[in-house]
Design a protein around this ligand. Structure first.
Ligand SMILES: [Zn+2]
Length: 187
């Protein structure tokens, strides 16, 4: 890694996420994207705290009443966020949290962080299929922290976690600085 992608947060900071699944999410679980996000963020001295522990599908984090793909509409994202907050209330003890809902949705992409899904903190939707690099969840966490896409065909661009193509692994200093100041970060 270059100097720019070697920069670690001077202080250990935690990011809180809540992992939920809809009834029509057809993959067994998160495909390893939670473990990958933990591993990558840890390299930058950022702890990823996950509710429920490990982020696997269980009774407490299953939105069993949601069987249709989430439409790409303001009201649909807002309703989903209200449903998510209701589900985690009393179950998830994090003071601030970014929900990640593993589900089917109509918008294109392996993961999306719609502005309309935000309620104090951002939230993301993760599709049942994704990039083999398992970086789709940590990419959306990056969007939640205000990181924009990185474009370009150079190796440094392509390996960055905010690139859209497969093969990502690194985070730049300016992006680490955004992550540790996210609305779902706890120092
Ligand atoms: Zn993106």
């Amino acid at each position: 890694m270059s100097e720019e992608t070697n920069w670690r947060s001077p202080k250990r900071v935690a990011l809180n996420i809540a992992v939920l699944y809809t009834a029509n999410y057809y993959t067994a679980d998160d495909r390893g994207t939670v473990a990958k996000a933990k591993e990558v963020l840890d390299r930058y001295n950022i702890e990823l705290r996950v509710w429920p522990d490990g982020g696997k599908k269980g009774s407490g984090n299953l939105l069993g009443d949601i069987n249709a793909p989430i439409p790409d509409r303001k009201e649909a994202y807002e309703a989903l966020r209200r449903r998510v907050n209701e589900q985690i209330r009393g179950r998830c003890s994090f003071s601030v949290v970014m929900p990640a809902v593993f589900c089917q949705y109509e918008h294109r992409g392996y993961g999306i962080t719609p502005e309309w899904f935000k309620l104090v903190t951002p939230g993301c939707l993760i599709f049942p299929t994704g990039n083999p690099d398992m970086m789709d969840l940590v990419h959306e966490i990056g969007h939640g922290a205000g990181c924009d896409h990185v474009y370009g065909d150079g190796a440094a661009e392509r390996e960055n976690f905010m690139h859209e193509a497969n093969g990502r692994s690194t985070i730049r200093q300016l992006q680490v600085e955004k992550l540790i100041k996210a609305s779902f970060a706890v120092a």
